[in-house]
Write a protein that binds this ligand. Structure first.
Ligand SMILES: Nc1ncnc2c1ncn2[C@@H]1O[C@H](COP(=O)(O)OP(=O)(O)OP(=O)(O)O)[C@@H](O)[C@H]1O
Ligand SMILES: [Mg+2]
Length: 280
């Protein structure tokens, strides 16, 4: 295994399976397809993507940037997480300086400033941004992502195309979970997957995080106990716990945990607490 492969292995699944291509982005098809056309043809307008957490806003903007700017990505894209860099100084310094830098790009391509979580920028920072947007519109475009568009001042909204992303459907989340289970060799049950989909409530990030912590917890727990119990029974027990995870009594080990009938050989212990927190 080379170092990039092993670092891939250590990545959280939300990063490991973050779509790199528009085709892999689930849901919000109309908006994603509009952006993929801009990514191909260039002349991207300033955009604001608004919507609930974990539905692919940042992922989509990164796909646009990668497709639009290809090998120039490093020099032509400035990524700022506005919740850390939310003040006026960032607009005056980093954003302006980047906008002033000369980068040679093909026709129809512009430098791109990505402002993630833009709704946490202060009003004065947004006012300063409004002027910068206009001043450098010949060379620089802005892509803002936010949860609530009302927190973006009207003048910025009027200088941008607003794209609203919705929560993902259960079917879209399930399709991604099945795909990841397959790639990670995770054995799942329909009930277990249903519980993960249900708790995610349309948030793909939460679904993937819950899937990973469930799978990892299951593995660790199994390893600890495998000296005492046959692996196949532990797996049955865990899957039953998982499939009842959304019921109030799920933390107690089920009395009859699998169809194998060897109830007495199953561990009489409660689930690790981190499993519970992963299945809020
Ligand atoms: N539509 C999607 N299709 C496939 N995977 C997705 C999708 N949305 C989210 N994901 C997964 O969830 C992770 C987080 O997504 P992303 O960062 O794009 O969410 P976001 O909408 O920007 O959320 P936030 O509002 O919290 O910033 C991604 O890395 C990816 O693994
Ligand atoms: Mg985001």
């Amino acid at each position: 295994m080379d170092s990039s492969e092993s670092s891939q292995g250590r990545l959280p699944w939300i990063e490991k399976y973050r779509p790199k291509s528009f085709l892999d982005i689930m849901g919000n098809e109309e908006n994603v397809s509009r952006l993929s056309i801009f990514a191909q043809e260039g002349n991207l307008p300033n955009i604001i993507i608004a919507g609930p957490p974990g539905v692919g806003k940042t992922t989509t903007i990164l796909c646009v940037a990668r497709h639009l700017l290809g090998t120039s990505f490093k020099e032509a894209v400035l990524e700022l997480n506005a919740s850390n860099d939310r003040g006026i100084d960032v607009v005056r310094n980093r954003i302006k300086m980047f906008a002033q830098q000369k980068v040679t790009l093909p026709a129809g391509r512009h430098k791109l400033i990505i402002l993630d979580e833009a709704d946490s920028m202060t009003e004065s920072a947004q006012q300063a941004l409004r002027r910068t947007m206009e001043l450098y519109s010949h060379s620089t475009r802005f892509a803002l992502a936010c949860n609530s568009s009302e927190k973006i001042i009207e003048p910025i909204q009027s200088r941008s195309a607003m794209l609203r992303f919705n929560k993902l459907s259960d079917a879209q989340i399930l399709a991604k979970l099945l795909n990841v289970c397959n790639l990670e060799n995770v054995t799942s049950t329909p009930d277990g997957l249903e519980a993960v989909v249900f708790t995610a409530q349309g948030d793909m990030r939460q679904a993937l995080n819950n899937l990973q912590s469930t799978a990892r917890a299951s593995e660790q727990c199994a390893r600890r106990m495998c000296s005492r119990f046959a692996m196949s029974h532990i797996r049955c027990w865990w899957q039953t716990c998982w499939s009842t995870a959304h019921k109030p009594s799920w933390k107690r080990p089920p009395k009859s945990c699998c169809s194998c009938g060897k109830r007495d050989t199953h561990p009489k212990t409660s689930l690790p607490t981190h499993f519970g927190s992963a299945n809020r």
